[in-house]
Design a protein around this ligand. Structure first.
Ligand code: PMP
Length: 445
């Protein structure tokens, strides 16, 4: 009873503290507010990208440089969001900038094939072990849509296993019971990292299962790594049941030179990519087994169509090539992820030393903050954390000049150095100390 009361009081205090932090944020950002209001005349809620919105109104960014962002009210931030992983290069990286300018100088919208798409295709096939053939799209969402189309067409089956809380795009979102605008595939929803449940569902749908679509680490759902045994079980069950295993590596491809598939040594049949692989320009790709991808070979009678005005746009192709060959090289990928592992180790040590109900999950350069000390194995575990305390972290970090996602997601970019990492660790330590009454372990009802 006593613990129930103290738990309730603590969460009321957290809500009150969050309200105060939100008000302070609103007072500090009048120009962002004005811009948000003005945009709402033309964009619903002033927004054209749902993931960027937060209450009371989002920051309006005017400029980026290296790993720094500048907002409309003149504040400067260390960018620890890195465009939700697409910004691994930092802002206006010189080699990418030069490649984009060179492409512009040769003319854009060329109405034809160029050497660039073949060059980027080769780099991607050579880098990611499961990709024998690849095709480009304009977003990760589109890449997943095409991978699912490839799988249903190849297997002549309709059902697709997905995981509760996973995000594969605006119309492929399985958080909170799924989105009302999801594409109408025959989805069967299982629980992430739950081998028994998933194998049971695969068995129940035997003969009808086209694909298993899985992120090797749940990304925007809270940086929750898959157990290697879970992915191995999916690999075996997909092979046995004749379904295709699709790894959504839109986020996780950056976690090792050849993606998470390389790190865990498991080959999916298809794999989807996006984010940073277009050098920071709009990008997506799907690729994998030669026989599955050959369905799209236009020289074949009855080939599957896959058009797209911007699939081979020269700006993205040139930026992608420069990014992968000159900036995010295999060695750079290893170093960035080692930096991320070290950072997460320091952050979790801070939490442990203070007995805080707080932790940072993730792999390498990607991580998420969670206001709970309980183990996080699936997105529902993350959703059970203290949302008000997580909101406070966001606003408290902003006030200390650190920008992360409102939901606590963090993605390192290459220009982030030791000084920025130290600043971030100090900012989190300050947060844990100044909010001690809210984050230190208390019995929950
Ligand atoms: N898959 C995953 C795992 C993602 O994280 C995202 C984007 N956050 C997507 C797909 C969709 O990519 P895009 O936003 O480029 O459509």
């Amino acid at each position: 009873m006593a613990s129930q009361v103290s738990g309730r009081i603590a969460s009321e205090t957290a809500s009150a503290a969050l309200a105060a932090a939100t008000e302070a944020y609103a007072r500090r950002n009048p120009k962002s507010f004005e811009r948000s209001q003005a945009a709402a005349a033309y964009l619903p809620g002033g927004n054209t990208r749902s993931s960027l919105y937060f209450d009371p109104f989002p920051l309006n960014i005017v400029r980026g440089e290296g790993c720094r962002l500048f907002d409309a009210d003149g504040h400067e931030y260390f960018d620890f969001l890195g465009e939700f992983t697409a910004g691994v290069y930092g802002h206006s990286e010189p080699a990418i900038r030069a490649a984009v300018v060179a492409a512009l100088n040769e003319g854009v919208n060329l109405s034809g094939h160029t050497a660039l798409e073949a060059a980027l295709g080769r780099i991607i096939c050579e880098r990611f072990p499961s990709i024998e053939l690849v095709r480009f799209t304009n977003s990760g969402t589109e890449a997943n849509l095409m991978a699912l189309a490839a799988a249903t067409s190849f297997t002549r089956r309709r059902r697709i296993i997905v995981f509760d809380g996973a995000y594969h795009g605006g119309v492929l979102s399985f958080a909170g019971g799924g989105s009302p605008i999801n594409v109408p595939h025959e989805f069967v929803v299982s629980t992430y990292n739950d081998v028994d449940q998933t194998l049971k569902l695969i068995e129940e749908n035997r003969g009808q299962l086209a694909a298993i679509l899985v992120e090797p680490m749940i990304g925007s759902g809270g940086s929750i790594p898959a157990d290697v045994e879970f992915l191995q079980a999916l690999r075996r069950a997909a092979t046995e049941s004749g379904a295709l295993l699709i790894f959504d590596e839109v986020m996780t491809s950056r976690l090792a030179p050849g993606g998470r598939q390389q790190a865990v040594g498991i080959m999916p049949d298809l794999c989807t990519l996006g984010k940073y692989l277009g050098g920071g320009m709009s990008f997506g790709a799907f690729g994998g087994r030669r026989d599955v991808m050959a369905q799209f070979d236009p020289r074949r009678p009855g080939a599957l169509p896959h058009a797209g005005t911007f699939n081979n746009n020269v700006v993205t192709m040139a930026a992608g090539i420069a990014g992968l060959t000159r900036v995010f090289t295999p060695a750079a990928a290893e170093a960035l992820n080692a930096r991320g592992d070290a950072l997460r180790g320091r952050l979790n040590a801070l939490c442990r030393d203070r007995g805080a109900s707080f932790q940072f999950t993730g792999i390498g350069s990607l991580m998420s903050a969670h206001a709970t000390a309980r183990p996080i194995r699936k997105p529902a575990d993350a959703a059970a954390a203290d949302a008000a305390v997580e909101g406070l972290l966001f606003f408290d970090l902003l006030a200390r000049g650190v920008y992360i996602a409102r939901k606590g997601f963090i993605a390192l970019s290459l220009p982030i150095g030791d000084a920025e990492i130290d600043h971030f660790v100090d900012a989190v330590a300050d947060f844990l100390d100044s909010r001690k009454d809210l984050v230190v372990e208390r019995s929950t009802p």
